[in-house]
Design a protein around this ligand. Structure first.
Ligand SMILES: CC(=O)N[C@H]1[C@@H](OP(=O)(O)OP(=O)(O)OC[C@H]2O[C@@H](n3ccc(=O)[nH]c3=O)[C@H](O)[C@@H]2O)O[C@H](CO)[C@@H](O)[C@@H]1O
Ligand SMILES: C=C(OP(=O)(O)O)C(=O)O
Length: 417
């Protein structure tokens, strides 16, 4: 099994190109199921979750062409299987995103229930509630959710909580429904916006994009389109935290600073000098970071997917801070591992109290989810001695060649077997 070997060594310096966003690419790849024409995508990150989605679409009969340099063309003309099997769904919860588009175009879809994962129980009752409101018959059988509807009807759906993939599934269902759908309390995450823009380029009629009230006028059919996936704000944030923790100076290219204001503001609070243009961000950290309180909430507030990375930053910061996780009930799996590296973190319910220490010490660590793994990589960059991060298949789900990108700005990091 592959691992990352890291030797803590001084500041990161240089430029990094940010990849396309995993959480935008996955729903957009699934949106290809809504038309028999070709969807041409660029800036697609080459990640394990992207190849899993491609496998899922191919298994349903779609033709997927990829040049492995971030361009992918999908043609869902020959769909002959409306089932998303357990084997694939268990490796990637986002597989649930085929439910809405498959049902909308083919009148039927069967998707393995994703179940929980390391960070929480992650139910999907809001996805189902919305589809039922649009006239679908939904049953749960043998671990699969099975939905049927000759043609979905527009409906008003008020979501009980902000759910990102729930909003995306219902958006993709509604674009081919008969009549108008209104999604209230919709997620405003930039990745939802990117999906909506791609759907409109395919001929959908969605308004209210970027707000928590999406209005979708259903159309008979969608057509092919070209779309560039937005830059990954979580990958970008991870590199900025790594630069701040090592007291370095990095410039990110192909970034989307407008989508990450809460994170940039927090970095400024730590004492970093942050500058940004339309598609670049620079961060210069000349001092020991100051501890900052963090509370995760839906967009535009601070994202849960950056919580673990900021925990590491606080672990070596000047002062004490509180980190509160309000989105997922079990997203502190990195804490015991950071403490093994010498951090001083105590948790009580959904709050962690972190007292900054002068230094961490390298150790063999492992994480059970993606961003927890990223937080351990950052810890390894600032720790004395050697750190080995085990189980990096989690990292490979969401970071494209993280060791190459960090290596290029001066980190001593390599992939070993
Ligand atoms: C592929 C993708 O885009 N993943 C992102 C997406 O996950 P995902 O879309 O799965 O997360 P949600 O926004 O749905 O989850 C938010 C909260 O709502 C709960 N919930 C959700 C749906 C539902 O029907 N019932 C319910 O109770 C969840 O358990 C969680 O506590 O948004 C999360 C929150 O920003 C991010 O951390 C993930 O990186
Ligand atoms: C939680 C994440 O992803 P997923 O929803 O795919 O598990 C993440 O990207 O941090």
């Amino acid at each position: 099994m592959e691992k990352l070997h890291i030797r803590g060594n001084g500041p990161l310096n240089g430029e990094i190109r940010v990849s396309g966003a995993k959480n935008a690419a996955l729903p957009i790849l699934c949106a290809s199921l809504l038309t028999a024409d070709t969807l041409k995508l660029s800036n697609v990150p080459m990640l394990r979750d992207v190849s899993t989605t491609q496998k899922l679409l191919q298994g349903m009969g779609a033709r997927v062409m990829t040049d492995n340099v971030h361009e992918v063309e999908i043609t869902a003309a020959g769909i002959n299987n409306l089932v998303a099997p357990y084997d694939l769904v268990k490796t990637m919860r986002a597989s649930i995103l085929v439910l809405g588009p498959t049902l909308a175009r083919f009148g039927e879809a069967t998707v393995s229930l994703p179940g929980g994962c390391a960070i929480g129980s992650r139910p999907i009752e809001q996805h189902i509630k919305g589809l039922v409101a649009m006239g679908a018959e939904v049953s749960i059988e043998h671990g699969y959710v099975k939905a049927q509807a000759k043609r979905l009807r527009g409906a008003k759906v008020v979501m009980d909580m902000v759910t990102v993939t729930g909003t995306e599934n219902l958006l993709m269902a509604a674009v081919l429904a008969e009549g108008t759908t209104v999604l209230e309390n919709a997620a405003r995450e930039p990745e939802v916006t990117d999906l909506a823009l791609c759907l409109n380029a395919m001929g959908a009629k969605i308004s209210g994009i970027g707000s928590d009230r999406l209005v979708i006028e259903g159309v008979e059919r969608l057509h092919g389109a070209e779309h560039a996936v937005m830059p990954d704000r979580i990958e970008a944030g991870t590199f900025l935290v790594a630069a701040a923790a090592t007291r370095g100076h990095v410039v990110l290219r192909n970034a989307a600073p407008k989508s990450m204001e809460a994170v940039l503001d927090k970095l400024v609070e730590t004492g970093a000098v942050v500058e940004a243009g339309d598609d670049w961000i620079s961060l210069d950290m000349k001092r020991r970071p100051k501890a900052v309180n963090v509370r995760t909430l839906p967009y535009p507030a601070f994202p849960t997917d950056m919580q673990a990375q900021f925990m590491t930053l606080n672990a070596i910061a000047d002062g004490a801070a509180m980190v509160t996780e309000t989105i997922f009930e079990n997203r502190f799996m990195h804490v015991p591992e950071l403490n093994r590296m010498g951090a001083n973190i105590e948790t009580e319910g959904n709050t962690a109290v972190i007292k900054g220490v002068e230094r961490l010490s390298g150790a063999t660590v492992m994480a059970t989810d993606l961003r927890a793994s990223a937080s351990l990589v950052i810890a390894g960059l600032v720790a004395d001695g050697e750190t080995i991060v085990d189980r990096i298949y989690h990292l490979d789900r969401g970071y494209e060649h993280i060791e190459k990108k960090l290596g290029a700005v001066g980190a001593h990091i390599e992939r070993i077997s």
